[in-house]
Write a protein that binds this ligand. Sequence first.
Ligand code: URA
Length: 200
Amino acid sequence: MSALTEFYGEIAACQRCILSQARKNTVPGEGPEDAEIMFIGEGPGFHEDQQGRPFVGSAGHFLEELLEDIGLRREEVYICNVIKCRPPGNRDPLPEEIEACKPYLDRQIELISPRMIVTLGRFSTEQYFPGAKISHIHGQPRKVGGIIYYPMYHPAAALHQPKWRQVVREDMSKIPQVLAEADRIAEMELPQDAEQLSLF
Ligand code: URA
């Protein structure tokens, strides 16, 4: 059994927060263990909970379309969420739910070891750019510990707000170039005692 499959089993048994009580399935994430790019969304919705797979609803279809625009299929990238269980009624995840799920996300990053992490929407962006506004930082890569972090608006927000659709397309279209020039992006210096990874 691969480390990733074993890890998915661990998530499936999780009862760290109340979201475990109402879920149909955990939605750990999917994609190749050696993916170069990792996309992190918010949390599972209805369809994701039903199927146990991330981004399978309308936001997922848009994400696939965006990937196609840069010559990628979803099978080639790793896709997951900040939280692995659906909040009732698709409400926003609570801070304690994000906190309870954080070790899973951290471990996932360790296992996949991506070159680039694309945060989709404010909840995943907040993990790596605390306090920053997506409207200020979207589409701007930051490199820390050899990983490029790249914040974007959430595809679902872009679906509902036509004005963001073009912005999302443009940010996505820059990804191949960001990766190609990855070696030239300067590492950000973080203070030794930084309590959390803040790229802002
Ligand atoms: N589907 C997901 O898996 N995550 C999101 O953030 C939105 C839709």
